[in-house]
Design a protein around this ligand. Structure first.
Ligand code: GUN
Length: 297
């Protein structure tokens, strides 16, 4: 393997430690802990795992965790009423509604109900518009985590060719905006893109967030490229193995021969999402309390 491994797990653990220290100082100064509310509707197994992990990490960082689990058949009006209560609750600095929501709910309407000042997921149109126009605001956790890893590895990103594969509101679009703000030349590829391979071949930075197991191959890459793999795909167990295999959107075996640096799956981008969520919640808490964060997080 030629590529350097970008250790998101270690980076996330350092970020969580810094957030934990800042959370302690916040509580001493504000007379209350920072608070994060997480709402899960239904019992999607992956979402259950994420929401459990978010609550645990929040408590471990010394912040108050408010977990709301609603049955899948909850009427949308009840969820909107809960969000209204959380918007008005001074103990709650951040509100995260876990996606996807059950089919009978209008995701856009639910996100729009969240107070933009508590939108630690960065999913409201206010947050997305602020990011797109270069104003300070909350940035979605996964792409912000990817950017932190990229800057940690590459330093100044100015002038790099970047290809983002995937155009979701959660990852692809905000990732493209973040890279553009760092003065990269950004291409956003998606399922209708023609000749993805030759686009990827030009890229100094590749961010793969399509949700297709091992799609990006090593021989697509420009030698030395930096590869950020956002994918988490479960494959059936390999021969002789008992457990399902977790793989990214990048074929790690071949890509790690061609890339200059690459994030592994698991242990790359995944751990960053929760660390950045805690960071965003603590930033929100400081704004609500009128306090200044002593250290850039
Ligand atoms: N579903 C998948 N990723 C996310 C995320 O970052 N935030 C929320 N709220 N839901 C998600």
């Amino acid at each position: 393997m030629a590529a350097k491994l970008i250790d998101g797990k270690a980076f996330a653990s350092r970020l969580r430690a810094r957030v934990g220290e800042a959370a302690r100082r916040f509580e001493a100064a504000a007379g209350r802990p920072a608070g994060l509310a997480v709402v899960l509707v239904g019992a999607d197994p992956a979402s259950e795992v994420y929401v459990g992990a978010k609550g645990k990490a929040t408590r471990e960082a010394g912040m108050a965790s408010f977990e709301h689990r609603l049955p899948a058949e909850t009427p949308e009006g009840e969820l909107l009423a809960l969000i209204e209560r959380l918007n008005a609750d001074p103990a709650v600095d951040g509100i995260l509604v876990q996606l996807p929501l059950p089919k009978h709910m209008d995701e856009a309407a639910v996100i729009a109900a969240i107070d933009p000042g508590k939108d630690v997921d960065g999913f409201t149109t206010e947050s997305a518009g602020r990011l797109a126009t270069g104003l300070a605001g909350f940035v979605p956790c996964t792409p912000l985590g990817c950017l932190m890893l990229l800057k940690d590895h590459l330093g100044d990103l100015s002038g790099f060719d970047a290809v983002v594969i995937g155009r979701s509101n959660i990852v692809g679009k905000p990732m493209a905006q973040l890279l553009l703000a760092e003065s990269c030349t950004v291409t956003v590829a998606h399922s209708r893109t023609r000749d993805l391979q030759s686009l990827v071949r030009r890229a100094d930075i590749v961010v793969a967030a399509v949700g297709r197991a091992e799609m990006v191959k090593g021989d697509w890459l420009k030698p030395g490229a930096t590869v950020i793999d956002v994918g988490i795909n479960r494959l059936p167990p390999a021969d002789g193995e008992a457990k399902a295999r977790l793989v990214g959107d990048v074929d790690f075996a071949s890509a790690s021969e061609a890339a200059g640096a690459i994030t592994p799956v698991p242990g790359g981008v995944g751990p960053m999402t929760i660390a950045v969520l805690l960071r965003n919640a603590l930033v929100a808490a400081h704004i609500h309390a009128g306090l200044r964060l002593e250290e850039e997080l």
